[in-house]
Design a protein around this ligand. Structure first.
Ligand SMILES: Nc1ncnc2c1ncn2[C@@H]1O[C@H](COP(=O)(O)OP(=O)(O)OP(=O)(O)O)[C@@H](O)[C@H]1O
Ligand SMILES: [Mg+2]
Length: 343
């Protein structure tokens, strides 16, 4: 499915705009703060129903306005499909509505209809440089996008941990505590088993598709297992800290390219590590959904040397790609049919 055009109404700095895209390569060019990233974010929002920056959804609505509307027209086999999101500010927060071909849809069903977009932006280096939580969130988002059961189990785990921690915080008598924990221990182990298995499945996929050009990558899934035996082992510590000490909420993922990229990678090595993750996100979506995703590249060319730029462009040439840049000259030598949006 290819993106043909989008219309935005009160999306971040855009009051009312229409943008059209090439089926191959579209460049969004403009000086700083013109709305290049916002435009990419709007595509991400239309396709995924959610933004990609770690912001509150109300920040997506133009300052001083109440309703945001964004609509995308996609084409596949001569047929047109329309996706629309409407976010409205209310006292209690944002109310979100999703429509596919004008029919209202729940978010998950909406997401099943749309084409996937894969975003690559400089901030994502924090998947490598940031906390384990960043990495868990990154993988959880991918797995949740095709596995509703996984999403449900993550939610179950989170609320079960909350309740288990409350019990640990408030207990007065050890025997009673043990009794109170029996149900939650079993329940959490059940959720964790599913989550761990799915995370392992995705990591195995990455480790099979481990090459970018001549470079080989690898990822280590560091599981924080939760079993009845380990819970007994950690019982004293749990009492001391009054908090659950083990489980997939503490898993981590370590990226290697010869060396540990988190500790020893240079900026460009780390960036290529992210690019490897992103390339596999693309391959994975194609495998699961049998559709080609759309690739969004935000401002990454200013940070790559000539060789890496060429490598990236070569690897994405068979996809519909939308790239932002401050200078048009960066793409003068790119010999693909391209459309330029000047902001
Ligand atoms: N909800 C909002 N309402 C109005 N304006 C907003 C909103 N959210 C962000 N903006 C503004 O939109 C402008 C464009 O932001 P954006 O991040 O898209 O710029 P950019 O073109 O990507 O810039 P850069 O080259 O620095 O990356 C900024 O001035 C930002 O403050
Ligand atoms: Mg930007």
């Amino acid at each position: 499915m290819l993106l043909q055009k989008i219309s935005l109404h009160n999306f971040r700095n855009f009051k009312k705009e229409i943008f059209e895209f090439s089926p191959h390569l579209t460049l969004i060019v403009g000086e700083n703060a013109r709305g290049k990233t916002n435009l990419l974010e709007s595509i991400h929002c239309i396709a995924n129903g959610i933004g990609y920056r770690e912001t509150e959804e109300e920040e997506l609505v133009r300052i001083g306005e109440e309703i945001l509307e964004a609509r995308g027209v996609f084409q596949s086999d001569e047929k047109k499909y329309e996706f629309q999101i409407i976010f409205q500010r209310k006292e209690k927060g944002i109310v979100r509505n999703f429509f596919f071909n004008k029919a209202p849809k729940k978010l998950f069903l909406y997401q099943q209809e749309t084409t996937k977009v894969v975003l690559f932006s400089p901030e994502q280096i924090s998947i490598i440089t940031g906390t384990p939580e960043k990495r868990r969130n990154y993988f959880d988002k991918i797995i949740s996008s095709y596995d509703y059961e996984y999403k449900k189990r993550l939610h179950n785990l989170e609320s079960a941990l909350y309740k288990r921690n409350k019990i640990l915080e408030c207990y007065k008598n050890i025997e009673e505590l043990k009794e109170d924990l029996v149900f939650w221990n079993g329940y959490i182990i059940e959720q964790a088993t599913y989550i761990t298995q799915k995370r392992q499945g995705y990591i195995d996929f990455l480790n099979i598709h481990n090459k970018v050009d001549s470079k080989e990558f690898h990822i280590n899934y560091v599981k924080n297992k939760i079993t009845h035996e380990r819970l007994e082992e950690y019982f004293e510590k749990e009492i001391r800290y009054r908090r659950t000490q083990i489980g997939p909420q503490k898993d981590d993922f370590i990226l290697f390219q010869d060396k540990d990229l988190h500790k020893f990678g240079s900026r460009s090595e780390q960036r290529l590590g992210i690019f490897w993750l992103k390339l596999n996100e693309i391959k994975f979506y194609e495998k699961i959904f049998k559709k080609k995703p759309i690739i969004l590249l935000d401002d990454i060319f200013s940070e790559l040397d000539k060789k890496n730029k060429k490598l990236v462009l070569n690897l994405i040439k068979n996809y519909q790609t939308i790239i932002t840049a401050t200078e048009e000259e960066m793409f003068e030598k790119v010999e693909v049919e391209k459309r330029i949006i000047r902001l």
